[in-house]
Design a protein around this ligand. Structure first.
Ligand code: C5P
Length: 215
């Protein structure tokens, strides 16, 4: 069974999807982490991220795992590093690149082959797993999402203002929705869940209910 969870940044997809997968005993896949890992690899190699050929070469040359508690890049734990603002701000290069998207789509499909999986991202129901048995669109208001990200960054020791986080999020939402291929959109038949005012446990319980109904 394939469960897709798509939605905008900060809707709480990652933590909810991870816990859902644990409870169902399904494989978990964080596809945003894959775009982030490619970005980090390119930054480490010092290439110009706007250089499409170089970016594709880096993407094809790196080995990424994004299915467990840790995200690894070429065998090294990069779980924390890929969440830095510098990576977040540059990830659009990889996400806008059709060749990189095609490559990562292939890896994502491979991860879901012959396995029960909970996968989260932007295009999991609309592009990568169009035939998924259970499609969820997880969202929350702009303010709630920005506040979550702000608290997360402050806890990491980054010095940011809530307004900056909100502005960057609007920018990212705009880019995510405008992307011609793999852009953020609710798939036909996907069930919309707004997490405003819901605790983590309530969100997971709601998702469990939805999955049971899809079975
Ligand atoms: O979900 P997360 O914020 O980690 O994703 C990082 C970026 O990767 C997003 O802003 C989006 O542009 C991109 N992304 C994507 N397709 C996905 C997952 C993420 O384009 N399936």
């Amino acid at each position: 069974m394939i469960v897709t969870i798509d939605g905008p940044a900060g809707a709480g997809k990652s933590s909810a999807a991870r816990e859902l997968a644990r409870r169902l005993d399904f494989q978990f896949l964080d596809t945003g982490a894959m775009y982030r890992a490619v970005t980090l690899a390119a930054q480490r190699e010092g290439i110009d991220l706007a250089d499409a050929d170089a970016l594709l070469r880096v993407a094809k040359g790196c080995e990424i795992t994004a299915t467990g508690d840790q995200v690894t890049l070429n065998g090294q734990d990069v779980t924390r590093e890929i969440r830095a603002s510098s990576v977040t701000a540059a990830t659009h290069h990889a996400a806008d690149h059709q060749g990189v998207r095609a490559h990562l789509t292939e890896l994502q499909r491979h991860a879901g082959r012959h396995r029960d999986i909970v996968t989260e991202g932007r295009d999991q129901a609309t592009v990568v797993f169009r035939d998924a048995e259970c499609k969820i669109y997880l969202t929350a208001s702009e303010e709630v999402r920005a506040e979550r990200r702000y608290i997360d960054l402050v806890n990491r020791g980054e010095r940011v203002s809530l307004q900056d986080v909100l502005d960057q999020q609007r920018d990212r939402d705009g880019r995510d929705k405008a992307r011609p291929q793999g852009g953020l959109a609710k798939a036909d038949g996907a069930i919309r869940v707004s997490t405003d005012g819901m605790s983590h446990d309530e969100v997971v319980a709601k998702l469990m209910d939805i999955v049971q109904q899809c079975k």
